[in-house]
Design a protein around this ligand. Structure first.
Ligand code: F6P
Length: 346
């Protein structure tokens, strides 16, 4: 037991994903069992810190949550520094957070979230709070780490859906368009598309040309491949009054007269139990975060770099996106296999 046993808080913020409870468990169990720390869990992301709403996380409260989807603490997209109304100087909520942090006698707050959460975590760190970030999101778009937990589960869910679309597309000789999440980054579409045998993969980072998409579909038809699977990220360029999938489906049908159907996978990708890989990754991130607290290595985010778990300064991470580079090796391999990214024939 550390003579000066620390008292820490954990919060989960932003979009939920499978693995959050595994991460909470990783932090909490290591903090309690290895370091004798006291652990509080704040409700609904940064809202819990602002409103001083928390639960004490005894080790017993952390049993049985490893496999549980969602987050036992709840989450929100609360942005404490955001100015929401005229006359608001954006200081009220950060001051409440600092007051509560001090009043509770916290030694550190662990913020589990995506790029928005890391941006807030960095700002709180610069105001003098001890903060550790843990990167999560199905989008896998947090700067500074090779992978976020939640991504593997999101890919698994999307691939299960794509596998099913192959059989119905083949039966009806249709072009099936499936839209996966990924508002800014195309990691989910790229990996699920490749794992699911997508013929065309459209991601926000590569500007597609609808004529190129239609040519590819027609080419497959002429090559006696009467159905196609098109995997699109929700964040590709499309009219605001339509989903990306509906936009692509309508365009293909209009230009080629082939039968098309679209599926928007939506929040199913964020639900349910984490994959074993995500359970392990979230546990490793959580446990390492507790170790960082014990070593008072604050103002950092735990990360994976070249298969090594490490930390990166929050200063470098906050608010930045990790996007798919056009020369990413998996894209080059896919093109060599005839997968289209909708940017050929340009
Ligand atoms: O950030 C993860 C994510 O699932 C994105 O892929 C998606 O666009 C967004 O969250 C949806 O946000 P919300 O849950 O607020 O509707």
């Amino acid at each position: 037991m550390d003579a000066q046993a620390k008292k820490i808080g954990i919060l989960t913020a932003g979009g939920d994903c499978p693995g959050l409870n595994a991460a909470i468990r990783g932090v909490g169990k290591t903090a309690i069992v290895e370091y004798g720390m006291e652990v509080l869990g704040f409700r609904a992301g940064f809202l819990g810190l602002i409103n001083n709403e928390y639960i004490t996380l005894e080790e017993s409260a952390l049993s049985g949550i490893l496999t549980l989807g969602g987050t036992i603490l709840g989450t929100s997209r609360e942005k404490p520094y955001k100015i929401v109304k005229n006359g608001d100087n954006g200081r009220e909520k950060p001051e409440l957070i600092k007051k509560n942090y001090k009043k509770l006698g916290l030694d550190c707050i662990v913020c589990i979230g995506g790029n928005g959460t890391m941006k807030t975590a960095n700002m709180l760190s610069k105001e003098g709070l001890n903060v550790i970030g843990i990167p999560k999101t199905i989008d896998n778009d947090v700067w500074g780490t090779d992978i976020t937990f939640g991504f593997d589960s999101g890919v698994q869910i999307a691939v299960e859906a794509i596998d099913r679309l192959h059989t119905t597309a083949n039966s009806h000789q249709r072009v099936m368009i499936i839209e996966v999440m990924g508002h800014n980054a195309g990691w989910l579409a790229l990996y699920a598309g490749m794992a699911g045998g997508g013929d065309i993969i459209l991601i926000p980072e590569l500007e597609y040309n609808i004529r190129s998409v239609c040519k590819k579909v027609e080419q497959r038809y002429e090559d006696n491949k009467p159905y196609s699977i098109v995997v699109v990220a929700e964040g590709i360029d499309h009219p605001k009054n339509s989903s990306a999938a509906r936009h692509i489906a309508n365009a293909i049908h209009t230009y080629t007269e082939l039968e098309t159907r679209e599926t928007v996978l939506g929040y199913i990708q964020r639900g349910g139990s984490p994959t074993p890989n995500d359970r392990i990754l979230a546990t490793r991130y959580g446990s390492y975060a507790a170790q960082c607290i014990a070593q008072e290595c604050y103002g950092t985010m735990v990360a994976m770099k070249n298969n090594q778990i490490t930390t990166v300064p929050l200063e470098e991470v906050g608010g930045k996106l990790r996007l798919v580079k056009p020369d990413f090796r998996l894209i080059a391999k896919a093109r060599k296999m005839g997968v289209s990214f909708g940017d050929e024939y340009l």
